[in-house]
Design a binder for this molecule. Structure first.
Ligand code: NAP
Length: 281
């Protein structure tokens, strides 16, 4: 069997080309104004700084703008809340990204939830999550929403399928499970206290790896013909799923790198564009 590659890199490129046209049209309509994504980076973690820079660059590639807010490592929760409040009230800002993780002294959940719903283009607020889970309008959490856009583009059937999501984090596993449920999959969520993980994964028509451990999900747990989605990314360029032996016997898979990662950033800027379109309408 030759598996379909769920090519997030190529799809993100394709979507960027589409977005460029939409941004042009929007600018023409809005007297040259462009959607702006405010990115907030607290501290000097090099990986976070790189992610924030990549997000700003992606905005500019499609003709939008970004506003970089950089705060020192010793920022307090109150100081961060004050900056978020300023951005919420700034009519030139259409989306707000608070880069995760923030330093330990900050109440990250409180700060995420301070982002106003209309500017929550990264889909990190409890309100946005709750609305999404209820099937109401809200921006989706960027990584799982990016995965859903990828699955939709490649017309991967979800209805009635058994999806097993390994991981239950607020930014990935939980919203992923809710989105798959909304798409009428039957969903099992696994985590660190799950019993017989291998046995559950073996039942999956669709497996989502969102564990954060290199090649933790073993190839021989996964059944022939399954769809394999790997959100993990590790320095040795592998994901959370042992992909090598699967390539010849699954129906489709996301490569690592070049699968889920590019779709995350693409979804963030896509939702920023949508917020801009709403603001300028
Ligand atoms: P996280 O917050 O550390 O969550 C990891 C999840 O895995 C937790 O729910 C944890 O369960 C579960 N887990 C840990 N050990 C387990 C075990 N032995 N058996 C079963 N489940 C276990 O990580 P995350 O932020 O969701 O990220 C997960 C992965 O996705 C990482 O590799 C990360 O780099 C990647 N990621 C990629 C993108 C992207 O844009 N490509 C974005 C975000 C994350 P408990 O809840 O019980 O602790």
């Amino acid at each position: 069997m030759s598996a379909q590659i769920l090519d997030g890199k190529a799809l993100a490129q394709h979507f960027e080309d589409e977005m460029r046209g939409r941004v042009e049209a929007l600018k023409a309509k809005a007297g040259g104004r462009t959607p702006i994504l405010a990115t907030i980076l607290v501290g000097a973690d090099p990986a976070s700084a790189t992610y924030v820079r990549m997000k700003g660059n992606a905005c500019r590639r499609v003709g939008m703008d970004s506003m970089a807010v950089e705060l020192p490592e010793d920022t307090t929760t109150d100081q961060l809340l004050a900056r978020i409040d300023e951005l919420n009230n700034n009519p030139d800002v259409h989306g707000i990204l608070l880069q995760h993780p923030v330093p330990a002294q900050i109440d990250e959940r409180l700060c995420f939830d301070a982002i106003s719903l209309g500017k929550d283009v990264d889909g990190v607020t409890c309100l946005g999550f709750g609305r999404m889970a209820m099937g109401e309008e809200a921006y989706g959490c960027a990584t799982p929403k990016g995965i859903m856009r990828l699955l939709e583009h490649y017309e991967v059937p979800l209805e009635g399928k058994h999806a097993v999501v390994v991981g239950r984090s607020a930014i990935l596993g939980k919203p992923m499970a809710m989105m798959l449920l909304e798409a009428n999959a039957t969903v099992t969520i696994c985590h660190s206290r799950t019993r017989d993980l291998a046995g559950l994964v073996a039942q999956a028509d669709i497996v989502v790896g969102a564990v954060g451990r290199p090649e933790f999900i073993k190839a021989d747990w996964i059944k022939d013909g399954a769809v394999v989605v790997d959100a993990g990314f590790h320095p040795r360029k592998c994901g959370d799923i042992e992909l090598g032996p699967l390539i010849d016997r699954v129906a489709a898979y996301t490569p690592v790198p070049g699968g889920v990662g590019p779709m995350t950033i693409n979804t963030l800027i896509f939702q920023t564009l949508e917020a801009g379109e709403k603001a300028f309408s």
